[in-house]
Design a protein around this ligand. Structure first.
Ligand code: UDP
Length: 347
């Protein structure tokens, strides 16, 4: 009998990429719910994929039925965009924590394996050179810095899941994505400032606005991870060979792709110049600096750097990321800008 995988938020950045990979490389069945299906065009006709349009806070019967029916549950529904943490913190708490807690409790009730997306944000402003799942302290700012409500909601759910593991034998795996990027991360045609994450926002800035704004000068650093590498890790977690992922937490990130936001902006501008139809826009784009408070409001607080330790993922999953940042960005740009017209051959 083939494995039955339930993915809530199946049209999201991780959900749609994972579904596409499962259908292409495994004989598993995928049951998915989301409010839209625009990113699932390559999956909808597959007989091993069942899609239902719905909202996890409303369609509770469908979810309960499918938690009972499936072998592995991935509750991927969440708000994961920093500008929204400060704009609508209660919605972040209600969706990321409250709605997902209900799902976790059903996994406990029906003794189902759950694979939960935590976040690199849980480490907050920790000063450790590499963030480790077991040893790093989770460092957040004061309450009025509402940016941390996302980190805190995810952290509390991580702790609840861990406790259910200890006290109710919940079979779980927690994974922490470190700035995953790729095609379909966010839409680049959405002109709303701050509605997407930095890579898509900068691409959109180059194409539509003529200006990239570096928050506080762009000295802050992130480790960017290509989506296919992340999906490789998730497939290994779902497979769970010899129970290797059982009751473990994994950072899933690429420590070699650690760059400052300024370097990211400069690299993107340079790469867009390789697409003749857009070179003119990249030549003209201005890179400026904006104060964080002006850009995000006074409830924002940034973190200076975050590099994952991936020792756990290497040891237990036999996983390592492969994709360098430049190639990852070119693949993302190819999707948005017609890669067949690019002048360089790499990627
Ligand atoms: N950032 C920036 N300019 C922008 C948008 C984002 O300099 O127009 C910075 C932001 O302040 C943060 C980094 O880019 O330090 C990454 O932002 P993202 O929204 O991708 O999420 P984060 O990594 O903070 O979760």
């Amino acid at each position: 009998m083939s494995l039955k995988v339930l993915i809530l938020g199946v049209n999201g950045f991780i959900g749609n990429s994972l579904t596409e990979r499962i259908l292409a490389s495994k004989d598993w069945e995928v049951y998915g719910m989301d409010m839209a299906s625009d990113k699932l065009e390559n999956c909808l006709d597959n007989p091993r994929f069942t899609f239902v349009e719905g909202d996890i806070t409303i369609n509770k019967e469908w979810i309960a039925y499918h938690i009972k029916k499936c072998d592995v549950i991935l509750p991927l529904v969440a708000i994961a965009t920093p500008s929204l943490y400060v704009k609508d913190p209660l919605k972040v708490f209600e969706l990321d924590f409250e709605a997902n807690l209900e799902i976790i409790r059903q996994c406990v009730r029906y003794k189902k394996r759950v694979i939960f997306p935590s976040t690199s944000e849980v480490y907050g402003m920790s000063q450790d050179a590499e963030f480790s799942e077991e040893d790093t302290s989770l460092v957040l700012g004061p309450i009025h810095k509402q940016r941390w409500i996302y980190s805190c909601s995810k952290q509390l759910l991580d702790r609840v899941i861990y406790a259910y593991g200890v006290h109710e034998q919940l079979p779980y795996t927690i994974f922490r994505p470190f700035n995953w990027l790729g095609p379909k991360l966010d839409r680049i045609d959405e002109h709303k400032e701050g509605s997407s994450r930095v890579v898509t926002l900068f691409i959109s800035n180059i194409l539509h606005h003529g200006e990239i704004k570096l928050v506080d000068g762009g000295k802050q650093r992130r480790s960017f991870t290509y989506i296919d590498d992340g999906i490789d890790a998730l497939i290994k977690i779902i497979e769970n060979k010899d129970n290797c992922a059982h009751q473990r937490i994994f950072n899933i990130g690429n420590p070699k792709n650690d760059v400052s936001i300024k370097e990211l902006a400069e690299l993107l501008v340079q790469l867009v110049k390789e697409y003749p139809a857009y070179k003119n826009l990249a030549d003209k784009v201005k890179i400026s600096t904006v104060q964080a408070e002006e850009h995000y409001g006074k409830h924002y607080q940034d973190l200076g750097f975050r590099v994952p330790s991936i020792r756990n993922a290497k040891t237990y999953l036999g996983w390592e990321p492969k994709m360098d940042l430049k190639t990852a960005l070119l693949k993302t740009l190819d999707y948005h800008l017609d890669g067949s017209k690019r002048t360089s051959s790499a990627a």
